[in-house]
Structures are given as C-alpha cells and as structure tokens.
Ligand binder design. Structure first.
Ligand SMILES: *[C@@H]1O[C@H](CO)[C@@H](O)[C@H](O)[C@H]1NC(C)=O
Ligand SMILES: *[C@@H]1O[C@H](CO)[C@@H](O)[C@H](O)[C@H]1NC(C)=O
Ligand SMILES: *[C@@H]1O[C@H](CO)[C@@H](O)[C@H](O)[C@H]1NC(C)=O
Length: 409
C-alpha cells in the first residue's frame, strides 16, 4: 500500500522534475557520503540486537586535521538522534556548524546511532521491512535492545571503558530509559548530554500538541487501527517528494514566509535564521522512518504525562509486564552525571516538561547542569549556525575537564 503510494507520487513528480534541481550536491548523497564529502574518515559497523534487528552504526574515528596519535586519547561519544531523525540529523551542515564534525575535530571518537526502522537500519535477521511484525516496537524495545547493543559495540570498537551519550529529543528519552531499564549500563556510560530533553512529551505546544489532542479524541479509532492493523512505518525518508516540495519555499512568492511559519508552529519560534536555501539538503536526509506504535506510545505518555511502558491492552499487558497496567520507568536508577541543554523557544523540549516531569523523576545528585539557550527551538541544536558555541564546544569542555590526555583535535 505504502509502496504503491510512493510509486504514484514518484511518477507524478517526474512531471515536475525541473523543480528537483538543487545546486548543493549534498542533497543527493547518503549520510556516509556526506562525511566523506567534507573530508572526514567514515566507517560503518553492523550491530545485532537481541531481538534480531540489524542496525547500522556510523563512526568518525577522528577529526579532519588529525593523524593517528598514540600519545593522546579520544573518548568515545555516541550521538543519538530524535524521532524521525536518523544519524543524518547530525550531519546536515558544513563543518563549522555540524555536530558530528565539531565533536570529531574536538578530539572525540564519534559514533552515530541509527535506531531500528530508520533509513540505514532497516534489516532484521528473519523479518522483512514489509512485514507488519517488523514494525511492532516502541521506545520500550529501542531502550531495551537497541541502545545496549550499540553501547557494547561502541566499547568493543573503541576499546574505551565507557561512552558519553549525546541525545537529541527522543534520543534523550532513550538515554534515560536505557539506564533505568538496564541499570548495569550505568557503568558503561560516562555521562548524558541531553539536548531538548523529553520526559513524557505532555508539556509540548504547537502542532504536535494538536496531534496528541487528536489521539485523545479519536482513541477508539486509533485502538481499532492498532489492534486490527498492527504497526506500520511512518514519516519515512522520501527525498523525491520532500526535496522539490521544500524547494517551493525558495521559488514561489511568499514561500519563505510559509516555510518559516511551518517551522515555527512545529518546532518553536527560533531567534536564529533557518537557512531556507539549504532546506532541500535537510529534507533529502530527514525525516527517517519510525513505527506507528512508537508514535502511539508517545501519544499515550503525553496524554498521561508519565513515563511508562506502552499500554497495549489489559491481557497483553499481563503477558508482557505481569500487570494489567504498564509499569512506570524508574529514573532513580539512573546513576551517571546528566547535563541538560534547553532552548527557551523550543515547543517540544520545554522547561515545564523539565520541571514537572524530569526533575521529579531524576535523583538530584545526578543532575549536574541545566544550560538554557536563549532563542533556540527544537531543531537549532543540529542546524543553527552557532551550535558550536551554544552546544558542542561546551560539551567538549566539560569532557576535557574530566578526561586526562585527550587529543587536542
Ligand atoms: C545557506 O545555504 C546555502 C546552500 O547550502 C549556502 O550556499 C549559503 O552559504 C548558506 N548561507 C548561510 C548564511 O549560511
Ligand atoms: C526505583 O529505584 C530505586 C533505586 O534502585 C529503588 O530504591 C526504588 O525502590 C525504586 N522504586 C520503585 C517504585 O520501584
Ligand atoms: C599528539 O598528541 C599530543 C597530545 O595532545 C600533542 O602534543 C602532539 O602534538 C600530537 N602529535 C601530532 C603528530 O599531532
């Protein structure tokens, strides 16, 4: 069904193919090509999860100017993308404002996760991408299976004892959930750097709020869909459609205004200028796929304003959890230093979420710093041209102060 739809849209677009001519070559590359294009070393590693998913883990082992240097150390750092993000979200800009490149040049061994179902992690040992069963997972499975497998692989490849975690949006939730669900991983994670921290999602505003409201209103229909039709892919990468669409921002009169509004109501009223000319590059690489179950899980959390496992139905809950209601995540089990970065113009990772959900769940001793960034919305962490100064240089400085002998670049 989905693929038929894609085919129809592709054929229709042939008609408008002149709209799909973008000057930036990055709009036609894969994520690994992007890394090589800017002169960085790129590696891909296979990660097998305990439930059979095969993930693609990217690595940028060192910066652009550096050589192999045995007299200094490169701490391992893992970038964990948001929902519908994919590793590409950390690779969208040229080096001076590109998260992954900034960290590689700051002396890190950089790893980029692609969780199950996203563009570069669509394989499974026995299930196929078009099987309904392939898509039957939520945050719970990503936290239970994807993160532990990826962390172990990072330690194996880098030879480090622990890894620094940088989460963005849903990637922050995965960080908390992973350590709460598998507390033995506290000893393998040296710290969480949480950008746009997500608790329940219950304190979001803008268009996403409306989606949660719609879920609440149409719950019987949604439940019927979930039970009768299982789980499917949503928000998949589709450059052939998104690229020419976003090009309209540049070519129709008033287009830039419309695209500005769309960004505003989705992600928040940023004080930074989004480079609309580069938007076709962004929309060639994101969104990346997730499952309808995952979206549903988020809607449940947002409506209930708690952080708990997916609520399937009483019988299925008993089978999975041994109780009719889903158990809450216990964030008191998290035992690593946490640094929060919060944009005060962000509609999705909000101060209210921080105060009402996260700070109530986390133990005070582990919460180290709350860095408020004036004027940042939800995507500025990865696309704003001052993200080095606001986010990634501060992260490098914090790590450098606690690691001895870290490489200069
Ligand atoms: C905006 O993006 C275009 C296309 O990638 C690029 O040529 C231009 O330098 C960018 N402008 C700014 C101010 O970064
Ligand atoms: C949560 O975890 C903490 C630390 O392990 C423990 O002391 C506490 O009893 C747990 N709370 C619940 C409700 O399970
Ligand atoms: C190797 O790292 C050390 C410590 O950071 C630095 O002093 C030295 O200049 C580096 N050597 C090379 C060839 O980059």
């Amino acid at each position: 069904m989905m693929y038929l739809l894609q085919l129809v849209v592709v054929l229709a677009l042939f008609h408008f193919s002149s709209a799909d001519v973008v000057a930036d070559p990055e709009a036609y590359m894969t994520a690994i090509d992007l890394i090589k294009y800017w002169g960085y070393p790129a590696e891909e590693h296979e990660v097998h999860t305990a439930d059979g998913y095969i993930l693609n883990l990217f690595r940028i082992p060192h910066g652009r100017r550096s050589r192999t240097n045995s007299s200094c150390r490169r701490p391992a750092i893992l970038l964990v993308h948001g929902m519908a993000g994919g590793a590409s979200e950390f690779l969208l800009n040229p080096p001076p404002s590109c998260p992954a490149f900034l960290l590689a040049d700051a002396g890190f061994d950089v790893f980029l996760m692609n969780h199950r179902g996203t563009t570069y992690s669509k394989r499974h040992e026995s299930l196929k991408e078009w099987d309904n069963k392939y898509w039957q997972w939520t945050l719970d499975e990503m936290a239970r299976y994807d993160s532990p497998a990826v962390i172990d692989r990072v330690l194996e490849i880098s030879g480090e004892k622990g890894v620094y975690w940088v989460g963005h949006s849903q990637g922050t939730a995965m960080g908390y959930m992973t350590l709460a669900d598998s507390p033995e991983y506290n000893s393998k994670v040296k710290g969480l750097f949480q950008l746009a921290p997500q608790g329940s999602g219950g304190y979001t505003t803008g268009i996403i709020r409306a989606a949660f409201w719609l879920y609440e209103t149409a719950k019987p229909v949604v439940d019927f869909y979930r039970i009768a039709l299982g789980s499917h892919e949503v928000s998949f990468q589709f450059p052939l459609v998104y690229r020419p669409l976003v090009r309209l921002c540049n070519i129709i009169p008033g287009g830039d205004q419309i695209c500005d509004y769309a960004t505003h109501y989705l992600f928040g009223p940023s004080s930074r200028t989004l480079n609309i000319t580069r938007a076709p590059v962004y929309l060639s690489h994101i969104p990346s796929g997730t499952s309808t179950w995952n979206a549903l899980h988020w809607a449940q959390l947002a409506v209930r304003r708690t952080v708990e496992h997916m609520d399937h139905n009483p019988a299925e809950n008993v089978r999975r959890y041994g109780s009719e209601t889903p158990p809450r995540y216990n964030y008191s089990r998290i035992d690593v230093p946490i640094y929060h970065f919060l944009g005060d113009a962000d509609y999705l990772g909000t101060k209210a979420e921080m105060d009402n959900v996260l700070l109530k769940m986390l133990r005070k001793e582990v919460v180290k710093e709350l860095i408020i960034i004036p004027g940042y919305n939800h995507i500025d962490y990865v696309v704003a041209d001052d993200c080095a100064e606001m986010v990634f240089n501060p992260i490098a400085t914090i790590v450098r102060n606690q690691e001895s002998g870290m490489c200069e670049h």
